[in-house]
Every structure is written in structure tokens, then in C-alpha cells.
Design a protein around this ligand. Structure first.
Ligand SMILES: [Zn+2]
Length: 244
């Protein structure tokens, strides 16, 4: 297998597993979110508790991002999901080395503040080449804060550090209700997107929506372009080794 074909296959797996999540995947993501959240609530800020906390963070980000149209979501999804977890890297000094220099006077380390979000958004606006990556990181950071502000400890985030050390939080029940609503909207959206694909609306690898003339029963005989293949259930997927 060449590097290009391996990359193409990886892109297909990513597209089907993460970008175009199915009804079942939404249910699994929601189960992971609420399950991990409940376990973290019991374990608290331990190493194992941290693992479940990050699972809840990444599934929160995935479900929230899935509310966006595919063409907006696809370019920022990977950096956003990574940032939604890596945001907690600033806890490492205190948990591994008992070094609290990043969190003197604040409920969480200093990077957990709007200043980080502002810096990421500035890079997103200023960078021509990596603007989308920085935009994705910004979204991931914002979604990370969404959960952190509602975690069980109730200490919240010092949003306005360094201007203020005060932590801002909101009730955990509100977060759970919000994510319940996000899950319900996801279920509706995923169903609509699936029926949209079956009825001839598809999305090209570059993100532009396009029309296809096929019907479910003649999928094997219709192909909208040489660069796009059709999966048995009617999804448009990049051809092996083609552009992704
Ligand atoms: Zn955090």
C-alpha cells in the first residue's frame, strides 16, 4: 500500500467515523458523554477521573460541532477536537510535579481564561495559511470552557484573568440539560442529512454541496465525477488515492 493510498483510506475512515457521524454514533457519543460525566463526578480530580473528564470533553465538542453544516465543520473538526482535550495540558505541572505556579489564586491554571481564546482567534484572523486550524483550536477551547464552567467542583474558570482571579461557573444541571438538547438536535440533523444524501444532495470532498442524479436503487450505475465514488448506502466518498 502506498503512502497516498493509505492516506486516502485514513481520510475515508475519518470522514465516515467522525465527520459524517450516523444516528448510532450520535447515541454512542451521548452515552460516552453522560456516562463519563457521571463517573468523573464520583472519581473527582484523580488520574482516572481525568481520563473520564477528557472523554466527556471530547464528546461534548463532537456533539456541539456536529450542529454545524458539514462544509463548516469539516475544516475545523480535527483541531477543535484535539484542542478540546489538550486544553487541560496546563494542569500537568500541578498534578505531576505538585507545582502550582500556573494557578496561584485562580480555580484553574491561567491558560483557562478568555485570554487564551483571544490569542487563538487573533492567530486565526492573522494567519492566511493556518487560519482554519487556529479557528478550530479556538472553537475547541471555547467548548472546553463550556464544560469546565459547569463541572462538579463549582469553582469555574477565571475567565478574565489577568484582570481578575474570580472564577465564573454555572450549574452542572444546566450543562446536562444543554447537552441533552444538543443530543436531540443531533439526532434530528443526522437523520435529515442521511435522507438528504439518499434524495440526491451530496457534498464534494472540497466541501461544496452538489447535486447527484442517482437514486438508491441505481447507485452502482451512477457516479457524479471520476474523483468521487459512491458508497453502497449512497454517501459520496473520495475515490481511493484521490484528493480529500
Ligand atoms: Zn479544563
Amino acid at each position: 500500500m502506498t503512502f497516498l493510498s493509505a492516506r486516502g483510506r485514513l481520510a475515508q475512515v475519518w470522514e465516515r467515523a467522525i465527520v459524517r457521524i450516523s444516528l448510532i454514533q450520535v447515541i454512542v457519543a451521548a452515552a460516552v458523554l453522560f456516562g463519563a460525566d457521571a463517573i468523573y463526578d464520583r472519581l473527582g480530580a484523580t488520574l482516572l477521573g481525568g481520563v473520564f473528564d477528557e472523554l466527556a470533553h471530547v464528546s461534548t465538542a463532537l456533539l456541539c460541532l456536529n450542529l454545524l453544516p458539514t462544509r463548516w465543520r469539516r475544516p475545523i473538526l480535527l483541531p477543535a477536537l484535539i484542542a478540546s482535550v489538550l486544553m487541560d495540558a496546563d494542569h500537568i505541572p500541578q498534578y505531576l510535579f505538585q507545582a502550582y505556579f500556573l494557578t496561584v489564586g485562580t480555580p484553574r491554571p491561567y491558560p483557562h481564561s478568555l485570554l487564551t481564546l483571544l490569542i487563538c482567534l487573533t492567530f486565526a484572523a492573522a494567519s492566511v495559511r493556518h487560519g482554519r486550524i487556529w479557528l478550530g483550536i479556538s472553537v475547541g477551547v471555547a467548548l472546553h470552557f463550556l464544560r469546565d464552567m459547569a463541572e462538579g467542583s463549582g469553582t469555574g474558570i477565571a475567565l478574565f484573568w489577568p484582570l481578575s482571579d474570580r472564577g465564573y461557573a454555572y450549574p452542572h444541571a444546566v450543562y446536562l440539560a444543554l447537552m441533552g438538547a444538543v443530543t436531540l438536535v443531533n439526532l434530528v440533523l443526522v437523520e435529515r442529512r442521511a435522507s438528504g444524501r439518499v434524495h440526491g444532495r451530496s457534498v464534494a470532498p472540497g466541501g461544496a454541496e452538489m447535486r447527484t442524479s442517482f437514486q438508491p436503487e441505481n447507485v452502482s450505475s451512477a457516479c457524479p465525477s471520476p474523483a468521487v465514488g459512491l458508497a453502497p448506502h449512497g454517501d459520496a466518498v473520495p475515490a481511493r488515492g484521490g484528493p480529500v
